[in-house]
Design a protein around this ligand. Structure first.
Ligand SMILES: Nc1ncnc2c1ncn2[C@@H]1O[C@H](COP(=O)(O)OP(=O)(O)OP(=O)(O)O)[C@@H](O)[C@H]1O
Length: 873
């Protein structure tokens, strides 16, 4: 690939469509995906092509089975009217299992009709038993409303499907509880509204026949661990009322579906994975924007932004009449990409198409969203730049192309987004545009990691003490906990935690069990990641704009920070950590901000160790102390550093779980890095490793932190730590430990294959490095990783979960690793650890404390991370 791409020039491939004769806008004249791609690339010299790989997804024919004879005839008639002439094979298999009383997870592709798998048994049962009820849980409001409409169109009128969520007016809630037999809700409402008031809900809970958990892969990390306990609490309360509902879970993208679903529900779940639905073929291109002449930190070369290329592709595709969705990573990007695409079209004299391009994101009014969905489905709109708000489950058919601006964080999301493309019988086009970061760079150059790999494990850890304790309190407040309840909540681990809670006075131990001893109800935030939320207040008006998570506030709303709220930008005038508030004013500067911080880390407990000759890998509990000390202003559009300002904020502590590698003097000598090069080599390896871990666990780099040092006081040697950015840990670091070889191999490949000379954002630079990416030694990192991989290769045992890539298309989900971890409560320093106070303070400050949310994202895609908040209720 050429490094001499003209700075700031529009992508070479985005020339006018003139000459291609393809200004068509009627669906019939849109060429299939492969031809579209060829057309887009016409005139680009092969060596300058941003396309790094093209993959073809084959057409799949449908396989049907006859309707089971138990299906309610009027339900069947309604379905037939809707065009479902015969159910697909997996629909019958899953429905039959659920009908027979087995909990089941349907893990088949996007738009494979997973809804029918639970609608058949559940709606039939509601007809057979006029008092039976169903609870349907969705992770987003948009999906909940979509499903409500679809059930309402199928159900017997006596079912009265209704939503019970944050938007349900107080006066309707009572009606829903009394009359609805298909209640659409979410885990948050179950946790806060239904379970604590179970007496009021007893007539529903007593007759609860099915619990449907749609898009179950959305329940991951700390939130997923909480949801696991909420479901255990639901099962316990149902048992009390004599009910034993069947759980039906659905996801197009969950690894090891049976294990993941069983861990989530806390009871056996069987998986149906053999997809019988037809699939149109697709051409899937990996695309990496070229390096430009712009430079970032320490003169590192920068790539043309993914947002710019996405806007260009959107304009090109719209010009060719292709109905296209462009998925971007922030609300602001949704608007800027749509705007850029419109500008390109106007410049090309295609004013007629300008109004056919729009943006879609959370934060729009529901009516606006419905209208956009309608216009897109009808073909009135041809191009829409959207956040992941359009990713899940919403049935938009007939798209010709999908562009993904950057890796959406998980392979699960990537396939969900890609799965939106596909018109019946027509091959569609999917383009993944890599951003300037290690994971995107890796994927652009390792197609097997996209197409030959199962989706990542949905990591949950219900034994996390920071989840378990509050959940046990919530359970005890609902009904006293008895010894018989404990196996469901973790057995001995739960018992030990209960004793601690009793000793702390939160619970009271009586002969019959554990009782809630606090006042009122336990206040447990199942989405929070720690710390009191910080209020964002507009100074001029006193208006409360929103809140940010306390754990993230120091690095996102410090004095001087650029803060983005619903696409509008504000600058923080003053942040007061004690009062938990930040005062802001509206401003739209040409820069973004990035916090810089220092971190110290001490080991609390080692839980598992792999000795690999001169290298040792550990996992366990650590204490991380982090202090935000300064921030940088960076130019929007290029990421160029403009200035740095000091900050005076107090340090904060996080007890969490980590994976760490130590290298003894022999290992360092073998890596051929001298004293001067060692800190930068370890630091660079740490950054790249953090960038790559999300390949294996459902997290993104903003969920992780790291620290590397040539001499750590607790290990007495060169050490690289990677830790979970959530109190108590979230299972990500442990996942890295379990898949160490695969993780580090991918890390090494990313660094070694990057075409930059001495490190750039695509390999070893981090967008959130508290040390301003200094020092970094790219070549040293490769040699250090080589030594570790050598030792791993010599090890007798495989990684516990180190399965090699297994082929397959990857889009149908199943297989892959999952972690069910056992926990040891963090209890003070570990015996045998030599602490040498004052020796070897970490010389290198690593990535910012994890959990730091992304830098507000400008059109450059500087920063990153998950921004859309449609998942929050
Ligand atoms: N057996 C069938 N024959 C024909 N069409 C079907 C059949 N089953 C479902 N469909 C249709 O397929 C479309 C997708 O169905 P559905 O929304 O249930 O898929 P899904 O797997 O839940 O999708 P997502 O991956 O978006 O969650 C719907 O329009 C539905 O009516």
């Amino acid at each position: 690939m050429s490094r001499e791409a003209p700075a700031g020039a529009a992508p070479a491939v985005h020339g006018s469509a003139a000459g291609h004769g393809s200004a068509a806008s009627s669906p019939g004249s849109v060429p299939p995906g492969a031809e579209l791609l060829e057309d887009l690339l016409a005139g680009t010299a092969e060596e300058e092509s941003p396309v790094t790989h093209v993959h073809r997804l084959a057409v799949r024919q449908s396989r049907t089975l006859p309707w089971p004879e138990w299906v309610d005839p009027s339900l069947r008639a309604r379905l037939e009217q809707q065009g479902v002439r015969e159910p697909w094979r997996h629909q019958v298999e899953a429905a039959q299992l659920a009908r027979e009383g087995s909990s089941v997870v349907v893990a088949t592709g996007t738009a494979s009709g997973k809804s029918l798998a639970y609608q058949l048994p559940a709606l039939t049962r509601l007809v057979e038993d006029p008092r039976a009820c169903v609870l349907y849980l969705a992770p987003t409001k948009a999906l909940a409303r979509d499903q409500l409409a679809s059930v309402a169109a199928l159900a017997d009128p006596s079912v009265r499907p209704a939503a019970y969520d944050g938007d349900t007016p107080a006066e309707e809630r009572d009606w829903v509880r009394r009359h609805s037999r298909w209640i659409v809700t979410n885990p948050d409402m179950l946790h806060r509204g239904v379970l604590p008031a179970h007496q009021r809900w007893s007539s529903t809970l007593r007759r609860l026949a099915y619990v449907v958990i749609d898009e179950c892969h959305a329940y991951r990390g700390v939130f997923g661990s909480h949801v696991g306990h909420v479901l255990r609490r639901l099962r316990r309360i149902c048992r009390r009322y004599g009910a034993d509902p069947v759980f039906v879970l659905a996801s197009a993208t969950v690894a090891e579906p049976a294990a993941a679903a069983t861990r989530l529900v806390g009871a056996p779940v069987v998986a149906v994975t053999d997809d019988g639905s037809p699939r149109p073929g697709a051409t899937f291109a990996l695309w990496e924007p070229p390096l430009t002449e712009h430079t970032g930190e320490h003169g590192a070369p920068l790539r043309r932004s993914a947002a710019a290329d996405t806007a260009g592709l959107l304009a090109d595709l719209v010009e060719r009449g292709a109905r296209t969705l462009a998925f971007v990573r922030s609300r602001r990007s949704a608007e800027t990409v749509a705007e850029q695409a419109r500008r390109l079209l106007a410049d090309r004299g295609r004013g007629d198409l300008v109004r056919r391009v729009d943006s879609y994101r959370g934060g729009y009014l529901p009516e606006e969203r419905r209208e956009l969905e309608r216009a897109l489905s009808a073909g009135d709109l041809l191009g829409v730049a959207t956040t992941n708000a359009l990713e899940l489950g919403i049935d938009i058919a007939g798209l010709d192309a999908v562009v993904l601006a950057g890796y959406p964080g998980t392979l699960a999301s990537l396939w969900q987004q890609a799965g939106r493309a596909g018109r019946a019988q027509r091959e569609s086009l999917v383009v993944f545009v890599a951003r300037d970061d290690p994971l995107d760079h890796y994927l652009a150059h390792h197609p097997r990691a996209v197409f030959g790999r199962p989706v990542e494990a949905t990591v949950t850890d219900p034994a996390n003490p920071y989840v378990l304790g509050p959940q046990l309190c919530s359970a005890a407040a609902e009904l006293p906990l008895t010894p018989e309840d404990l196996p469901d909540f973790g057995g001995l681990v739960a018992e030990a935690r209960l004793e601690e809670l009793a000793a702390a006075g939160d619970l009271r131990r009586r002969p019959a069990g554990w009782y809630w001893a606090g006042r009122g109800r336990p206040d447990v935030d199942i989405r929070g990641s720690g710390g009191e939320p910080v209020a964002i207040i507009e100074g001029d008006t006193g208006r409360l704009l929103g809140t940010v998570d306390g754990g993230a506030a120091h690095s996102t709303v410090h004095t001087g920070a650029l803060y983005v709220h619903r696409g509008d930008t504000f600058v923080v005038d003053e942040f007061d950590p004690e009062d938990a508030c930040a005062v802001v004013h509206a401003e739209n500067p040409e820069w973004t901000t990035v916090a810089r911080d220092v971190t110290d880390l001490s080991i609390v407990a080692i839980e598992r160790t792999r000795r690999l000759g001169t290298v040792t890998a550990h996992t366990g509990v650590v204490d991380v102390t982090n202090q935000v000390v300064a921030y940088q202003r960076r130019r929007a559009g290029t990421g160029e550093v403009l200035a740095e300002f000091p900050l005076d904020l107090p340090p904060r502590q996080l007890r969490t779980r980590a994976v760490w590698l130590t290298l003894d003097a022999d290992a360092v000598a073998r890596a051929d890095v001298d004293d001067l090069a060692l800190p930068g080599s370890l630091h660079a390896a740490e950054h790249a490793a953090i960038g790559i871990l999300p390949l294996l666990a459902t997290c993104d780099r903003w969920d992780l932190g790291g620290l590397s040092t040539a001499l750590h006081p607790d290990t007495g040697t060169a050490t690289v730590f990677v830790y979970d950015g959530h109190p108590g840990g979230a299972g990500f670091a442990e996942r890295g430990y379990a898949a160490l070889r695969r993780w580090l191999r991918a890390t090494r490949a990313t660094v070694a294959s990057c075409e930059c000379d001495s490190g750039c954002p695509s390999c070893v630079q981090s967008p959130k490095c508290g040390n301003g990416n200094d020092p970094l030694d790219k070549a040293g990192a490769v040699r250090v990783l080589d030594v570790v991989l050598d030792e791993l290769a010599a090890e007798d045992t495989e990684d516990t979960e180190d399965t090699e890539d297994t082929g397959g298309t990857g889009d149908d989900g199943p297989a892959g690793g999952g972690t069910g971890t056992t926990h040891v409560m963090p209890t003070g320093p570990v015996r045998g650890l030599l602490r040498r106070p004052g020796v070897g303070r970490p010389a290198v400050r690593p990535e910012a404390e994890a959990g730091d949310p992304p830098t507000p994202e400008g059109p450059t895609d500087a920063g990153g991370g998950y921004v859309e908040d449609d998942l929050v209720f």
